[in-house]
Write a protein of this length. Structure first.
Length: 469
């Protein structure tokens, strides 16, 4: 009996010591939990809200009825409409938006011709290039320990299907373009997750082998030869899932009614690219502007290793106030030129109506609190950042010349939102827009000069520099 009491006492003291160990340094003690529970007193209104939340979505309950009226779909400045695309279950919004700009420019330049470009073609090369970027990055950092931040950066995400317009420019200039009819989408280009996981797993395995070769003192030529063999495996996996890119093809351009114009011609991806884009490189024709209120404005920044090809361009941008970004955007739209742009699209988005406004939802009143962070604070705490690229296509300007609302072509299909488009109020834009790619002809001379400054290098782990998906 005495032994049982001793055992019980030991267990009791052990449990108490465990509780104290868990709560001594910032843990939740029974006393703290009691105080928290006392602060949560259910009144009749709170119970009614809790009951409503049990069987309804938060957005439906928080929707601001005063802001749910009929949308004004008129825009004083609007570029010509074009077909809406659908990225399906992939993170290729950056490519879809980039192609929207290229084909819009082509239609404007030719006045009568249209073209649908193959996302699958450029996606193939994008994935192979990113595989090479990973493997070469592993070689470059092979003498660092596995827990080094840069080593972990590569192994954490060996390959992905997100990106920015810098990738469009580098890939189009290097590999050209093909029509969608020549290399259509496949299941895996539309639904990328399984393919990406398998290739990522294989790349991580290859990465460990390359690190071992460096550790063993193998010659650079032998390491390069092994890397080339590894890329052969990736090429085969991509060819089986996305399709092998064509070296040449026959194609006839079509007018806006879908009728062939002239005789069909033989093209290579590069000669077709020149027909669509022109003979000059895409790189060098644009600037990327960013609105990041955490950092000094009118300075340029470059994101290390944030590129699509090892020998390509890092993501470089000039940080500008929203007023400057909006002026350039209006100038481009007035000249009929669409632009690549990116946003934190999920914030305050009414998906049913295709309408983004800061007053769409009142979450604070619903939960009896406030959500008071500003844009800089949201970025710094990973609460907000660029998540999705879309094509800026229209703006509505008031009598004083100020933007009231904007419209973008999305890549979620023609049945989504406003016939495939999203309408955004100017107050929403200022909070949740981050990037704009604009042709240099619409950029003021002083900003062009600032854009040539030596950039400040920033790390890719920064909360704002996630790829657009």
């Amino acid at each position: 009996m005495m032994n049982s009491r001793k055992i019980f006492l030991s267990l009791t003291l052990g449990f108490a010591a465990g509780v104290m160990a868990q709560t001594a340094d910032g843990g939740l003690s029974p006393q703290i939990i009691s105080e928290i529970q006392k602060s949560h007193k259910m009144c009749a209104g709170s119970r009614a809200l809790a009951n409503a939340m049990a069987s309804n979505s938060i957005d439906n309950l928080a929707q601001n009825h005063a802001n749910a009226g009929e949308l004004d779909t008129y825009f004083s400045v609007e570029t010509p409409k074009q077909s809406i695309t659908d990225q399906q279950s992939s993170g290729r919004c950056w490519m879809f938006s980039g192609f929207n700009v290229l084909r819009s420019n082509f239609a404007q330049r030719t006045d009568s011709l249209t073209v649908e470009l193959s996302h699958g073609y450029l996606f193939f090369w994008d994935q192979l290039e990113k595989a090479n970027l990973f493997l070469q990055g592993v070689i470059d950092t092979a003498k660092k320990p596995m827990d080094d931040q840069r080593v972990q950066f590569f192994f954490k995400n060996p390959i992905n299907d997100g990106g920015t317009f810098c990738g469009v420019a580098d890939l189009v200039d290097k590999y050209g373009l093909v029509p969608k009819s020549v290399m259509p989408e496949t299941y895996s280009s539309d639904n990328t997750s399984r393919m990406a996981r398998l290739i990522s797993s294989k790349l991580r395995e290859f990465g460990l082998q390359l690190r071992q070769m460096v550790s063993d003192g193998k010659k650079p030529a032998a390491i390069t030869a092994e890397k080339t063999k590894m890329l052969g495996t990736v090429y085969r996996m991509l060819a089986m899932t996305i399709g092998e890119p064509p070296a040449e093809f026959v194609y006839a351009f079509k007018d806006k009614k879908g009728r062939a114009v002239g005789e069909a011609k033989k093209y290579t991806p590069m000669t077709f690219r020149n027909e669509v884009v022109g003979n000059e490189p895409v790189n060098g024709t644009f600037i990327m502007a960013m609105n990041d209120p955490r950092r000094e404005y009118y300075k340029t920044y470059e994101v290390e290793y944030d590129r699509h090809t090892y020998d390509g361009h890092n993501w470089k941008y000039i940080n500008l106030p929203m007023e400057d970004i909006e002026r350039m955007a209006v100038a481009s739209l007035k000249d009929g030129r669409k632009m690549y742009s990116s946003y934190d699209v999920g914030k305050m988005l009414d998906r049913k109506r295709g309408y983004a406004d800061t007053e769409n939802y009142d979450y604070g009143s619903l939960f009896g609190t406030t959500f008071g962070m500003d844009k800089a604070q949201r970025i710094s705490t990973f609460d907000s950042g660029s998540t999705h690229a879309m094509t800026l296509t229209a703006v509505d300007i008031d009598a004083e010349g100020k933007p009231v609302k904007w419209k973008v072509e999305n890549s979620w299909g023609a049945s989504w939102g406003q016939n495939g488009c999203l309408i955004m109020t100017d107050r929403w834009i200022r909070e949740y827009m981050f990037r704009l790619v604009v042709d240099k002809k619409y950029v003021p001379a002083d900003i062009l000069k600032m854009n040539e400054q030596k950039p400040v290098m920033v790390m890719p782990e920064d909360p704002l520099f996630l790829p657009d998906e």
